[in-house]
Design a binder for this molecule. Structure first.
Ligand code: ASP
Ligand code: MG
Length: 469
């Protein structure tokens, strides 16, 4: 749709009645100028609460489950009372209780059977988004802005990977046009739930934690929006985590590729898959702060003419390095590697860095700490025979590591840069354990000793002149 602006509000941007008022005002202001569709996250911490409730349910801990549910009820009832005029309380409360009852029905089933199947989790966990969408839409209506809740179950069509589904763009496009465009044409502001979708045959799915950004970009692409604004609680995408580098600067403009690398390597401001649906569409994305809406934020664009070296440095502390080494020269290290990677891909573990040495034929890869156990189990199962007979040495795990990544399209073909980055790290006496750089030269990933990670981030940030000037 021509001129359409998709606006996505994250959990803190809708975290209370006061924040919802601001969000609604930001949406209404833009709507006075052009069509606007809103995508919302659950109120901050609500998704965690829902997941907790279901964990308690699985464990048969009804008291624990009730505690989480009580907190959930309280949070939304309070927001409702504070947000809406009294005349609307009764109807809105009834809606809130209906959503929560639906959640309880599923959790109750889990408690009865002591199970927590991913399919049922996905059916229940987007309750947070349904509740926040409901409150914001009711509030807009009470302020005279016609609005309607749209459950993304009816719009975003996905594969059946419960908990981390991927969109199927062709059917999503069709449904988005069917469901959302008529509202926009009537002048109704759609308030769409983030995070969720459904398979083609109607089974509810979710897009992974933090997936509402992804929902928003899927919808922006499906509706041919002219812009996507992602509202968070920080000023934009920064050159480093300001907690580690106090002089970190907000970047005015970065490319899709840079933003994707940053998100993938630990920058928290965007969900890593957000930019994928927009590639080829060229829709610009703004990362903006709903707590300081007057600030410009960061503009994310398909390509940039001003390639300016290394733009930002990110880090991840909760990672572990897994090393595998064949013990027998008869064994093809490449084949061992292929089987190990295949095994961890099958259990949905993401390899953050992969590095291999040619002579000793060992190789190592970095995974998130929470996925470590799954990764090691899968590898040990896949290589059970070789391990049992000593053809492959026991799998080594090093948790005392951290990942640092330097990102920037302008690093391409800049010979001295890698050298400067490593010199800066070594000056701090931080040991580099593994290195990976893709042929695209958009990022350099460096695995360092965990206790040197923060120092290394600061050193690289300073060396590359990324900070505020
Ligand atoms: N509410 C979901 C989560 O906490 C999705 C999101 O906030 O983006 O993961
Ligand atoms: Mg988020």
């Amino acid at each position: 749709m021509k001129n359409l602006l998709v606006m996505k509000f994250g959990g803190t941007s809708v975290g209370s009645a006061a924040r919802m008022r601001v969000a609604a005002r930001l949406a209404a202001e833009e709507r006075a100028r052009r069509p606007v569709a809103v995508v919302v996250s659950a109120m901050s911490k609500v998704t965690d609460l829902l997941l907790d409730a279901m964990r308690h349910a699985e464990a048969g801990d009804r008291a624990g489950m009730e505690t989480s549910l009580a907190a959930l009820r309280q949070r939304h009832e309070d927001a409702c009372r504070e947000l809406l005029p009294e005349t609307r309380h009764a109807a809105a409360m009834a809606e809130i209780h209906a959503r929560i009852a639906e959640f309880e029905r599923i959790a109750e089933g889990m408690a009865m059977l002591n199970v927590r199947p991913p399919r049922s989790v996905d059916e229940a966990v987007a309750t947070g988004e349904r509740l926040s969408a409901l409150l914001i839409s009711e509030y807009l209506a009470s302020e005279g802005v016609p609005a309607a809740v749209v459950d993304a179950i009816d719009v975003i069509v996905t594969d059946a990977v419960f908990g981390n589904a991927s969109p199927l763009m062709a059917p999503t496009r069709e449904k988005a046009r069917e469901r959302v465009l008529p509202l926009l044409k009537k002048g109704v502001l759609p308030v769409i739930t983030g995070f969720n979708g459904a398979t083609a045959d109607g089974r509810p799915t979710t897009l992974g934690r933090g997936g509402s950004d992804f929902s928003a970009s899927i919808l922006a692409a499906a509706l041919d929006a002219s812009e996507l604004w992602i509202w968070t609680d920080v000023d934009g995408i920064m050159s480093a985590d300001p907690k580690l580098a106090p002089d970190a600067a907000v970047l005015d403009e970065i490319t899709y590729a840079e933003a994707a690398e940053l998100a993938y390597n630990g920058a928290k401001v965007l969900h890593a898959r957000t930019l994928a649906p927009l590639i080829g569409k060229g829709i610009p994305v703004w990362s903006k702060n709903s707590f300081a809406p007057e600030k410009p934020g960061t503009k994310i664009v398909p390509t940039s003419s001003a390639a300016t070296g290394a733009r930002a440095v990110t880090s991840m502390a909760n990672v572990a390095l897994v090393s595998i080494e064949p013990a027998s020269p008869e064994l093809s290290a490449v084949q061992v590697m292929a089987r190990a990677i295949d095994a961890i891909a099958r259990v949905d573990v993401e390899v953050l860095v992969l590095s291999s040495s040619s002579y000793r034929q060992n190789f190592c890869f970095l995974v998130r700490e929470e996925e470590l156990e799954r990764a090691v189990e899968a590898i040990e199962a896949a290589l059970a025979l070789e391990l049992a007979h000593g053809y492959v040495r026991p799998v080594q795990v090093d948790r005392e590591v951290g990942l640092l990544a330097v990102v920037g399209e302008g690093m391409q073909g800049k010979p001295g840069l890698a050298g400067r980055v490593f010199t800066a790290i070594s000056r701090e006496r931080v040991n580099v354990i593994a290195i990976a750089q893709g042929a695209s030269e958009i990022s350099i990933a460096i695995v360092v000793r965990r206790d040197g990670l923060e120092k290394a981030v600061r050193a690289v940030h300073a060396e590359c002149g990324m900070g505020r000037r």
